[in-house]
Design a protein around this ligand. Structure first.
Ligand SMILES: C[S@@+](CC[C@H](N)C(=O)[O-])C[C@H]1O[C@@H](n2cnc3c(N)ncnc32)[C@H](O)[C@@H]1O
Length: 286
């Protein structure tokens, strides 16, 4: 079904309101290819009619289908591997050293915000398992969240097709952390038990999710406006331990989100740590 200019505006406004994602008329092919089937399946006159139905908020399943279709779930195991190297060789050992002197020396809390279909949190769990030999004696929790129901359901199942495994999983890791299931591979119980999944919209308050030693918020804020990004990273700063670590996507920079974080370099990888002396600028105070 062809898109009118009015349809594009209506869809873009709704996507922005629901997910914070900025779309414009240059993405009309994407809107058509992702939402066309939903328009037809639900007997909508056009895309504006679909928007109207979603905005009514009565059919929650329709809203979920809309969000699942419009979000980009592209991800892979050990994406931007040098960031995982910085995690493995710098951030995690430093954190373990720092926690050794505390009342909870074996407790590690990590948040994979916008985890998509689970490759990111499972890559973190595999890395931790490789680094800490008696990992089962540790209190490790990786909380993995995403706005998409479909992505969370797939992540939680932990079953991946051959082509998904081939994107980032070495033969050695495949042997150690997966077992065959159907035509694909399933993550083993040791790794699965370190990760808990939940649906969560980053636009909404997330203070209740807990306090984390590390947050991975990668390749999602690139779709948001500057204001939404600023607000998101200000709130993430509040959930991070004062000596915590933040990892963002390889192409993302936090220079324009205010003084909450200071960049740190390890080999080619950049991660961020809370800037404890930063005043909160008025523009960022709600
Ligand atoms: C490109 S994937 C990134 C996955 C992973 N972090 C990575 O870097 O490989 C972006 C994810 O952000 C999720 N997303 C988009 N808007 C969101 C929002 N407002 N709240 C939570 N997740 C969102 C999408 O559903 C999608 O799974």
């Amino acid at each position: 079904m062809p898109l009118s200019t009015g349809d594009i505006d209506a869809v873009c406004d709704l996507v922005n309101d629901l997910c914070g994602i900025c779309l414009d008329s240059s993405k009309s092919y994407l809107i058509e290819s992702r939402l066309g089937q939903i328009v037809e399946k639900h007997g909508c006159k056009d895309y504006s009619d679909l928007v109207r139905k979603v905005r009514l908020g009565i059919d929650k399943q329709l809203t979920n289908q809309f969000v699942d279709a419009i979000t980009t779930n592209e991800t892979l195991f050990f994406r931007d591997n040098y960031l995982f190297e910085a995690f493995r060789h710098k951030a995690l050992p430093e954190l373990i050293d720092a926690r050794e002197k505390t009342a909870f020396p074996t407790r590690v809390r990590i948040w994979s915000a916008a985890c998509s279909t689970g490759q990111e949190p499972y890559s973190l769990a595999m890395t931790i398992s490789e680094l800490i030999p008696d990992v089962h004696k540790w209190d490790i929790q990786i909380t993995a969240t995403d706005i998409s129901d479909a992505a969370i359901a797939k992540a939680s199942r932990g079953v991946y097709a051959k082509h998904e495994i081939e994107r980032g999983v070495s033969t050695e890791r495949l042997r150690r952390f997966f077992y065959p299931e159907g035509d694909g591979w399933k993550i083993n119980d040791e790794i699965r038990s370190m990760v808990s999944f939940a649906k969560m919209n980053l636009l909404q308050p997330f203070g209740h999710v807990g306090r984390f030693d590390m947050v991975f918020c990668r390749n999602v804020a690139i779709y948001f406006t500057r204001e939404v990004r600023q607000d998101l990273f200000r709130r993430i700063a509040q959930t991070l331990a004062p000596d915590g670590y933040l990892f963002v996507g390889a192409q993302e920079f936090l220079a324009d989100v205010g003084p909450n974080f200071t960049p740190h370099q390890h080999c080619r990888g950049t991660f961020y740590r809370p800037n404890l002396t930063a005043p909160v600028p008025h523009a960022l105070v709600r």
